[in-house]
Design a protein around this ligand. Structure first.
Ligand code: ANZ
Ligand code: ZN
Length: 821
């Protein structure tokens, strides 16, 4: 490869970066290829959503991924490092309405800009594998996967009370409601009763939980997933209703509190509730209560300390263990979709039951006391000893729970049960810019799958996607597209007009990257076997429960279809910290933003990459300095010093015989730093890598000034360029081409440190106590004063007998004197 100029003085990053970016792009130098004899690493960043401009968060995220990909390539791995675009979604549609261009055109224009920016930043993607989820040759396979689920009953349609976001004008999945509001626009969702499509992720709840043991993810993310899946072990028991043949099934995790039950509560939507109301002649009033309940979202209804609303059903139920009669209510804090949709109310020990009991004047009992026997303040939900609980009085809660469950089972009125908090995934969206759901509704056959050979169901163009105030999807207005014969009976059918949640598109893209041009399947099992799983996945913590659960679910489903040999998609996960400005998240729309393109223009891509790696551990947040010029200028200066060093060493010329002295101190320093750098890359301490590279440059530059051996300097600079190459690909390539020639630094293996040079030299340290030599210990020759003092204190502990030293005089590495008086 040819270098740009022969200029050995000035570092002109602009021409260097332009030159190499063009060359790499033309050669697609990031191309991924598998060779049977080499290990692989699949390095992936959560792919971008192509809105407006790239921002600093993108730069950091994608630089981390690129640095790791380049490091693995130089460490002997076959690397797959692809990029694509999560190109469907609401923002495109909203922006398109504002600027009156089509969402497709708006998206395509953004993608072009992103591509340019990424090439400019030197990201070493395999550009032949790029994909866009909004293109028919991608979403055809999203539809194909949906149909495989539909055939297996894993995709189904049902009427449900769902959360409607009035400003996004679509329903939301549970995962898209964060802190009670819409994840995207922060509006409060409204409940609506709608026919919607769901994916039966609940069928995978156990596996999603169990397989977490295979994952090298942060405990924070694993905990969030565990809580989201929410496995509860408890007991289901039948509570008979008096004067009726009916029994209410309740689910409880605390059978030990059965003596504290003072009411039974049904979810308002529970069918028994309406039935009991009817029996009591209260149907009209109940209808009103139900309507009022439905006007509140689950989030409002579940708020602790809120005012739960109930309806007295004028019935009593019999506690199956104590035989006591208790009133039956419908209560809006009881959810139809969890457990059995009915609870036994224990206000003494459950916070929401207590809120409810206070509201309705229901008796509150204490049946558990802390182990110390004290009177607890209520509700008391901790462990303890049972009181006023018949034959179980005096028993521990744990023991009683077991024995009572046992008793219920033998009497045939209950059994142990496991319940999950996870709900099925609501995937239909009433918006235009998404993957069409490949279903035709037929008045006689019901929902019918579009046959595979008719895929893709192409999203029609020219649709009026302006929003009205109904919940009807824009596609309903595309009459010609909607009306089609039923694939099954040939009668008049209508296409499904909802589109899919874009989180489906992003739940399988990483598998498509293995085989992006496949026209007969989403990907071949062989191609997936070559690259899956993703070895290193990088992206924001905000995806801890949405995307990462969905992606795990689809992976398991495709595993079940025998398309994949792995059950988990992402082996190692890195959640990069967020970049803020004045402590607030950056946002383009409010102008509270740092635009990378300005920095790129002034300092170049290498300096920006170096800076974002240097700012701190990849998983830590970082507040962007107001005085960003000063900050990035430091990175730039370092590169200028590397440039001066390399060109200075080049000017020394070849020294003839390159015999390298294994005892040369400068060599020892470079090799030791190289050793540390390799370890820190592998452990993703990228900011520490940068500091080591800076030390290496300082040592070598000092060597150059002080007339160190030319061969040693040459070797040192080669090491520095190789080790810096993953972070600053342009300047290292340029200097490499000048100094070493012929090859690309990025195609080279990272040099191995010479083990001989790593062996620590040790010396004998004399340890004095009050001027008398008491001990001698072996210590590293380069021990610091602090380390020497610590080693001395350890060695002399028998002489000190716990006396605090008054002073320690350290003369490393030979002598430490501990003064006691
Ligand atoms: C009696 C009891 C006594 C309860 C006590 C708790 C404490 P987790 O652990 O989250 O699974 N529950 C059951 N089904 C419900 C529903 N559909 N809507 C609202 N709450 C429901 O919660 C299980 C507990 O949540 C169950 O145990 C039940 O209250 C309540 F001292 O039963 B418990
Ligand atoms: Zn039909």
């Amino acid at each position: 490869m040819e270098s740009t100029t022969n200029d050995t003085t000035g570092y002109d990053f602009e021409s260097v970066e332009q030159h190499w970016a063009t060359q790499w792009h033309a050669a697609n130098s990031g191309r991924a290829q598998r060779s049977p004899d080499r290990p692989k690493r699949y390095v992936l960043d959560m792919f971008p959503y192509p809105s407006g401009e790239t921002h600093m968060g993108h730069v950091r995220n994608y630089t981390i991924g690129d640095v790791l990909a380049r490091f693995y390539r130089m460490s002997g791995y076959d690397v797959l490092h692809p990029v694509g675009y999560d190109a469907f979604g609401l923002p495109a549609e909203n922006a398109a309405m504002r600027h009156s261009i089509s969402p497709a055109a708006w998206t395509a224009a953004n993608i072009d800009r992103f591509d340019d920016a990424y090439a400019r930043l030197g990201f070493s993607y395999d550009w032949d594998r790029t994909l866009r989820t909004c293109e028919p040759d991608y979403y055809r396979w999203t539809q194909w996967i949906f149909l495989r689920m539909f055939e297996r009953g894993l995709a189904y349609r049902k009427a449900a009370a769902v959360n409607w976001c009035p400003s996004c004008h679509t329903v939301l999945a549970n995962e898209q409601i964060v802190g009670g509001v819409c994840w995207r626009c922060s509006s409060t969702p409204e409940p609506r009763d709608l026919q919607q499509w769901f994916l039966r992720i609940t069928q995978y709840a156990d596996r999603l939980l169990d397989d977490m043991s295979e994952l090298s993810w942060s405990e924070a993310v694993l905990t969030q997933q565990r809580n989201w899946i929410g496995r509860s072990e408890g007991c289901e028991l039948a509570v008979p209703v008096e004067g009726s043949a009916l029994a209410i099934e309740v689910f409880t995790t605390r059978p030990d509190t059965l003596w504290g039950v003072t009411f039974i509560a049904l979810a308002p939507d529970h069918e028994l509730a309406a039935q009991l109301a009817a029996e009591a002649g209260l149907s009209d009033a109940y209808g009103e209560f139900l309507a009022a309940t439905r006007a509140r979202t689950e989030i409002e209804r579940l708020a602790v300390g809120g005012r739960p609303r109930g309806f007295d059903l004028r019935h009593t139920a019999r506690n199956p263990i104590t035989g006591e009669a208790v009133p039956v209510y419908a209560a809006d804090y009881v959810l139809a979709g969890y457990g059995t949709g009915a609870v036994m109310g224990v206000p003494g020990h459950d916070v929401r039951d207590l809120d409810f009991a206070r509201e309705y004047g229901i008796q509150v009992r204490t049946v558990v006391r802390p182990f110390d026997g004290s009177q607890p303040s209520l509700p008391y939900s901790g462990e303890g000893t049972l009181v006023d609980s018949g034959e179980f009085t005096g028993m521990s809660t744990e023991q009683a729970a077991k024995e009572i469950a046992q008793k219920l089972t033998t009497r045939g009125i209950g059994h142990t049960a496991v319940r999950f908090r996870l709900r099925d995934w609501l995937i239909s969206r009433q918006r235009y810019w998404g993957t069409p759901i490949p279903i035709v509704h037929c008045p006689s056959c019901g929902p019918v799958a579009v046959p595979d050979e008719q895929l893709p169901v192409v999203l029609p163009e020219g649709v009026d996607y302006a929003l009205d105030d109904t919940t009807t999807a824009p596609l309903a207005k595309a009459v010609d597209w909607v009306n089609v014969p039923c694939p099954s009976c040939g009668g008049p059918g209508k296409r499904e007009t909802d589109t899919m949640d874009t989180f489906i598109d992003s739940s399988w893209y990483f598998m498509r990257f293995c085989d992006p041009k496949n026209t007969t399947a989403p990907f071949s099992a062989e191609a997936a076997a070559e690259w899956m799983p993703v070895d290193q996945y990088t992206g924001g913590i905000e995806h801890a429960v949405g995307h990462l659960i969905y992606a795990r679910f689809l992976t398991k489903f495709l595993y079940d279809l025998d398309l994949l040999a792995v059950k988990e998609p992402f082996r190692r996960l890195l959640n990069q910290g967020t970049i803020t400005l004045d402590g607030r998240a950056m946002s383009k729309s409010s102008g509270h933003n740092v635009d990378p393109s300005g920095i790129l223009q002034v300092y170049g891509a290498d300096a920006l990459r170096l800076f974002v790696m240097f700012i701190g551990p990849p998983d830590h947040d970082y507040d962007w300095p107001r005085d960003q010029v000063q900050a990035v200028v430091g990175a730039r200066r370092f590169l200028e010093r590397v440039w001066a060093l390399a060109t200075g060493v080049q000017a020394l010329g070849r020294s003839g015989d390159d015999v390298l002295d294994p005892r040369d101190p400068l060599r020892r320093t470079t090799h030791r730093l190289l050793h540390r750098i390799a370890v820190d890359y592998e452990e993703q301490r990228l900011n520490v890598v940068v500091s080591s590279l800076m030390s290496m440059q300082r040592e070598l530059s000092a060597g150059l000034r002080n007339g160190a051996d030319a061969a040693v300097l040459r070797e040192g600079v080669t090491i520095l360029l190789s080790a810096l190459a993953p972070i600053c690909p342009f300047v290292t390539e340029e200097l490499w081409s000048r100094l070493v020639g012929t090859t690309s630094v990025h195609a080279e293996a990272l040099p191995q440190p010479d083990p001989v040079l790593l062996v620590e030299q040790t010396v004998t340290l004399a340890v004095q106590v009050d001027g008398k030599v008491r001990e001698r210990v072996q210590v590293p020759a380069d021990i610091t004063a602090d380390e020497a003092a610590r080693a001395a204190l350890d060695a002399a502990s028998a002489w000190l007998r716990g006396v605090e030293p008054a002073r320690i005089i350290a003369r490393p590495p030979k002598l430490v004197n501990i003064v006691t008086a």
